[in-house]
Design a protein around this ligand. Structure first.
Ligand code: V47
Ligand code: SF4
Length: 381
């Protein structure tokens, strides 16, 4: 083989690589899907630089030099929850509800109205699960948001909330999702996925919607012609095989529906939760994980580095390890990660800051809407 160091193919030519790594590299460079075992092999044996080169190759094929972000804010209607996931630093049990907050529809509308003079395109709504915030609560809320600001995209609720709400309302997933859509729901965020392996899920998130229920709700939503995201909570008590199993289930669903936009790996943060004794993984591991996700999920258009969770520096670094999306401006409206120990205690970035973060690594900043329609392109630097 006659390749120069600048060509991505040169990674295959180096004699220092094992036969397995050479074979995986050849597959990736020729757009052939890698297998479950090959992904586990990458987690166990591949060096960071090797993973970065391959992930970048895939990322550039899909998104070129572009890095996406949006103008968004979050609403967390409550942090009280009927569940008690071991990794959650945010929720307060119903019996301790005096330590938490529960917003009314009017209070949430006040938050939405406070953005009237700002160019936000998305409100991301998710939080704990409480009986009072039921089907009527959310349909009333979605209608009021749409009446007030029809152009604002509502990305809201996860299968954890839907499963609970629809069961209480005696509705099938199809019926419930149809009602939510008619009220104004635009897309589903990726939360509540945690880790799909049933045994690990039971240990860290027992009692809430099962893996099958999570996947079914997204599948039904996609088959209704809609889009959503998917997350994976990693870096706790799961193995590499569990991570690949999680991505494999998503890859299969995406083959059937093509409804996922972004995959968002969420690093387990260990402050003040029941799993505080579990150490957090290193930044190197975060980058390796982003890269393997980019390589494995060949049918996902985007890999998102959620900067509020991982911190802006690692998020920026990840742009060279397969990610092509940084989420948004956020405007200090989410508490999930600051309460779990993220370095971003008041997550808020201006457009200028996001643009500069992206330009600083030689990439092209693109403001998008929730469904990745381009809102504005910025220069390289
Ligand atoms: O489902 C909770 C995670 C998720 C911790 O779709 C934790 O665009 C780490 O899904 N350490 C909610 N993770 C957030 C979420 C999300 C965020 C940004 C963008 C999108 C999107 C989705 O947060 C939960 C859970 O997996 N989480 N606690 C913790 N201690
Ligand atoms: Fe409740 Fe979600 Fe926290 Fe689990 S992760 S306790 S479902 S708020």
């Amino acid at each position: 083989m006659n390749l120069t160091a600048q060509e991505p193919g040169s990674i295959v030519a180096t004699s220092l690589l094992s036969t397995e790594l050479k074979s995986i590299a050849t597959k990736v460079l020729t757009s052939e899907r890698i297998t479950f075992d090959e992904a586990v092999y990458l987690y166990k044996h591949a060096e960071l630089g090797f993973l970065g080169t391959l992930a970048n190759f895939v990322r550039e094929k899909k998104s070129g030099n572009r890095v996406y972000f949006n103008h968004n804010f979050h609403v967390e209607p409550t942090n009280v929850c009927v569940y008690s996931c071991a990794f959650c630093s945010y929720s307060r049990l119903i019996k301790n509800r005096d330590q938490g907050w529960e917003l009314s529809v009017d209070q949430i509308m006040d938050i939405v109205k406070s953005y009237d003079d700002q160019e936000v395109t998305e409100v991301h709504i998710t939080g704990g699960v409480v009986p009072k915030q039921d089907l009527n609560f959310y349909t009333d809320l979605f209608r009021k948001i749409k009446q007030h600001r029809p152009g604002l995209h509502i990305k809201a609720l996860t299968p954890v909330e839907f499963h609970y709400i629809f069961k209480k309302a005696n509705l099938s997933y199809e019926e419930g999702l149809k009602i939510m859509k008619e009220a104004g729901l635009g897309s589903l965020p990726g939360g509540g996925a945690e880790i799909f392996d049933e045994k690990i899920r039971e240990q860290i998130a027992g009692g809430k919607c099962t893996t099958q229920e999570w996947l079914s709700i997204h599948e039904i939503w996609h088959k209704m012609g809609n889009q959503s995201n998917a997350t994976m909570l990693y870096g706790h008590i799961e193995s590499f095989e569990h991570r690949v199993d999680h991505m494999e289930r998503l890859r299969q669903l995406q083959d059937r529906t093509k409804g996922f936009n972004a995959f968002i790996p969420l690093k387990f943060r260990n402050k003040e939760n029941e799993m505080a004794h579990v150490p957090e993984v290193s930044v190197i591991e975060d980058l390796r994980n982003y890269a393997i996700a980019r390589i494995y999920l060949d049918n996902f258009p985007h890999i998102k580095a959620y900067w509020a969770m991982i911190g802006r520096n690692t998020a920026q670094l990840s742009l060279n390890f397969g990610t092509d999306d940084l989420d948004g401006t956020i405007d200090d409206t989410t508490k999930i990660y600051s309460m779990a120990g993220s370095e971003e205690q008041n997550p808020k970035l201006s457009t200028q800051q996001l643009v500069e973060m992206i330009q600083a690594v030689g990439k092209l900043p693109v403001e998008r809407d929730t469904l990745y329609k381009v809102v504005k392109e910025y220069p390289l630097s």
